[in-house]
Write a protein that binds this ligand. Structure first.
Ligand code: AOF
Ligand code: ZN
Length: 378
């Protein structure tokens, strides 16, 4: 090793960070499995080299480790495995990943998070240690947590991890009452919104967003079109029609419509014919009961949910304490508004954050600002 080479822990951190970034690639694509990354590194001729890497495949299997080991082949022998999650200890469609790492001759394992799945839950680390493998658990703070936050939340609470995304002006103007699109943010922010969609299992809007804006709610970034999330529409009063884009395209992109139990026959037929999936829900004061809906979505395997539509829906999610993270997009160059027009105001602004949230990150998307708000520890 050269003299000025960083200490081993800095190298560990660098590769663990690389694995964490890598794991983000399949977020929203792995069903009830977390998107895990495994990076295998070996010192060859005094240089550290990545000899194999893998991410949990779309759908959840194979796991990351066998993919990385297959790429590394013989070179896995003596390598360090950087994994974003404790390697599994259970037999699924393949043997436990901990055992696969042992069999391949991996020398060290550095993991960023523990796995609360009761089939794993420390047993993965134990297997590795018992085989004489140096096993390091190095939680590197928010970086580690963010990659598995949806998995951890859905595993421990039976509800999906909810990200609320709202675009507004500095004064909190979100749109015009009665519809009419207001172009608030620029192309960079809009592309980021589509990336956010790709990274979530599902996206949810209220019926007013459909009635006023008729959005597609898909990911339309070139090359990522197949990563559109499942769409969830709240429709307590049978207002959805087959002329709406989400219904017209329900055979291409899964569309769940949350409705009351009893719906007009004609409406049910319309949903069936279009390929929409009706989800019968409890009502709360004439609205779809959100906590119960969250339980139902989780039971359908949805780990992460992006709530995108409507000031009222946003306020309801906050009131029910169902929001885990907020992406607040503040328009840098908002359109001029005629004072006679009635506007829709957001339930909070960047200068008046919702109670219980704090700024975790501030990003610039061209002229626009994006604040990532996280929940304060209670
Ligand atoms: C790993 N590497 O890449 C992933 C793991 O249904 P199964 O058999 O795929 O098991 C799902 C569980 O496997 C999941 O709850 C989590 O504990 C673990 N996911 N483990 O070693 C991976 N995705
Ligand atoms: Zn595994």
């Amino acid at each position: 090793m050269e003299k000025n080479q960083p200490s081993i822990s800095e190298i560990d951190r660098r590769y663990l960070d690389a694995a964490l970034r890598f794991a983000r690639r399949n977020q929203g694509q792995t069903g009830t499995n977390p998107s895990v990354a495994c990076v295998l590194v070996r010192e060859i001729d005094d240089e550290f080299q990545i000899v194999g890497s893998g991410i949990t495949a779309p759908g959840g299997r194979p796991h990351a480790e066998p993919i990385a080991l297959a790429e590394a082949g013989e070179r896995a022998n003596g390598a360090t495995a950087y994994v974003t999650l404790e390697p599994c200890a259970h037999h699924g469609r393949t043997p436990p990943c901990a055992q696969t790492l042992i069999d391949a001759g991996v020398m060290r394992v550095v993991a960023a998070t523990k796995d609360p799945d009761n089939r794993v839950d420390g047993k993965g680390f134990q297997m590795l240690k018992s085989a004489g493998i140096e096993t390091i658990f190095e939680n590197i703070g928010e970086n580690s947590a963010r990659v598995v936050q949806a998995y951890l939340k859905s595993k421990t609470s039976n509800k999906p991890f909810v990200t609320l995304k709202l675009a507004m002006t500095a004064e909190g103007v979100m749109g015009l009452r009665g519809g009419g699109q207001l172009e608030l943010t620029g192309s960079i922010a809009n592309a980021q919104t589509h990336l956010l969609r790709a990274r979530h299992d599902a996206i949810l809007v209220g019926i007013n967003t459909i009635l006023f804006d008729n959005p597609a709610l898909t990911c339309r970034l070139p090359g990522l079109e197949s990563r559109s999330p499942i769409r969830v529409i709240l429709d307590a009063n049978a207002q959805l029609r087959d002329s709406h884009t989400v219904i017209k395209t329900a055979k291409q992109v899964a569309t769940i419509v949350a409705t009351p139990n009893q719906m007009p026959e004609e409406y049910q037929r319309m949903l069936q014919q279009s390929g929409g999936i009706q989800l019968a829900c409890e009502l709360d004061n004439g609205h779809i009961a959100l906590p119960e809906l969250m339980d139902d979505l989780r039971a359908r395997g949805i780990q992460s949910l992006l709530v995108e539509g409507g000031a009222q829906v946003a306020a309801s999610f906050l009131k029910e304490d169902l929001v885990d993270e907020i992406m607040l997009l503040e328009a840098g160059l908002p359109p001029a508004l005629d004072e006679t027009i009635e506007i829709v105001l957001a339930p909070f602004t960047a200068s008046k954050l919702p109670q219980g949230f704090e700024i975790r990150e501030e990003l610039r998307f061209g002229d626009d600002r994006c604040l990532r708000l996280g929940k304060l520890e209670s």
